[in-house]
Design a binder for this molecule. Sequence first.
Ligand code: NAG
Ligand code: NAG
Length: 518
Amino acid sequence: MSVGVSKHEHVLPYFLGLIENLRYPKDRIRVSFYLTKNPPEPEDQAEVLIKKWVQEVTKHYLSVSLELTSSDQNWKETALQWSRRKSCSHAFITTADHFLMENSLRKLIALDKVVVSPLLNAPFGNYSNVHGVLDDDYVYRVEMESIRIYFLYGPYLINLKHKDASYLTFDSDNLRNYNGRQDPIYIFAFSAYSMQIPIFVDNKFFYGYFLDSTYYSHNYHKKLLSYFLSNLVSEFGTISFPHSSYIEPSYPPPSRFGFDKIYLINLKRRPERLRRMELVFKLLGIDYTLFEAVDGKHLAPEELEEIEFMPGYQDPYYKRPMKKGEIGCFLSHYRIWEDVVKNSYSRVIVFEDDVRFMENSTIELNEMVEDLMKMRTEWDFIYLGRKKMSPHGDEFFEPGHRYLSTVGYSYWTLGYALSLNGASKLIHADPLSRLLAIDEFLPIMYDKHPNKEWASYFPSRNLLAYAVYPVVVVPERYTHQPGYVSDTEDSFVFEETFDRGENEKETISSTLHYKDEF
Ligand SMILES: *[C@@H]1O[C@H](CO)[C@@H](O)[C@H](O)[C@H]1NC(C)=O
Ligand SMILES: *[C@@H]1O[C@H](CO)[C@@H](O)[C@H](O)[C@H]1NC(C)=O
């Protein structure tokens, strides 16, 4: 196995962990690293890590080595020739931005081709290591097969025991009549094509991931890795593959993105969500403060006394009054608004604990703040994630901003930025004395709520609200996905222990109706 490494120190803990985890006898594997480094350059972090790893694992493998190559050197050809000299049965030539799952090498070898590459999916969307070569259906594995292709970006599994394999090369000096691009991957494709050696790619199995580092800056690639890993945590509850036993991953320094505080709301009886969000924040470099949610299932009598419902309020879809979870949710946010005012925080962010961060989310937060400063925009509230409830075409980008947009009627409170002014306005509106769902309250406060009767309970509707495009966070799972549990939506309808009597009959019947439905 030959691995090209250059400035890949951030992916190495994971890449090496996956190598350690491969289900293939280690004492039959030779590993050689090729690190691109021009002579006067000092030792970089990737070199330090590889040297450490080599030292730790040498005893387990047939051999492990590190070779320093200059940038004009053709390391792929060097690797191929080295594998031939060592009489390896197969050469696997890869770079450290390809993440292979534990059975991938065995499965590829079992395909018994002269040259084969695994389909590797990039995080977020349609990109892959066959981008531009094969179409989306192949990438999404709608069709599952080994396909013959004429050009391959890598990684390469080459069966050196096959007689045809001796014609393969990455070096144009070994070819007659080559006048194409001097890029080893084009030369390799030509050597295969001219000797009629088929190159295959296979997607019958999930082989792993591809975090392409060719097109991105080193800095962005680090971020891409963190978006990718945090997305895995949101998806599976944990990073779904191991990191190296010898090389610890590193994390970005935690930031508040220019905010005074970033709150994470978590119910004490949901510790698994807290653990997941802790890891997500660690991966993304978000400096947060835990804020214990008000538990709607165990509301204290003092808390209930504070509250009066808005007369006649019903959830517009389920036609039912508020559920305990929704009351808890409202109170949790309300307590944070109080905390903001009490401490005079000039701006904060609030996240609920079941959110998934989108690609580029932390970059967007930074740049959103830059734009707010530069444009001196006055703002109270910014949705970082939401469900748009109004028709298309009623929202517009703010001039001078890269992400900020005006906002129409919207739902959800999974993530938002709030200014001190915003927090005061929300508290002064005194929502606890005419309570309705927080999803409805906020649009009323920025005066985009379609229900004018509800709105009339809040005469001062001047919250300066915005949203960002694209959203920074989405729900970790949408309600139709398996594994979805929401504390607000799935709790029981609030029953009549403290309703004011008048609507009692109606409330009870709608409660029953609701329970029947589900
Ligand atoms: C990704 O693939 C889907 C499904 O084939 C397609 O609808 C979508 O347009 C593709 N997106 C891009 C950015 O190519
Ligand atoms: C994220 O940022 C990178 C680098 O600027 C860009 O190439 C990519 O298209 C962005 N992705 C999205 C979904 O905006």
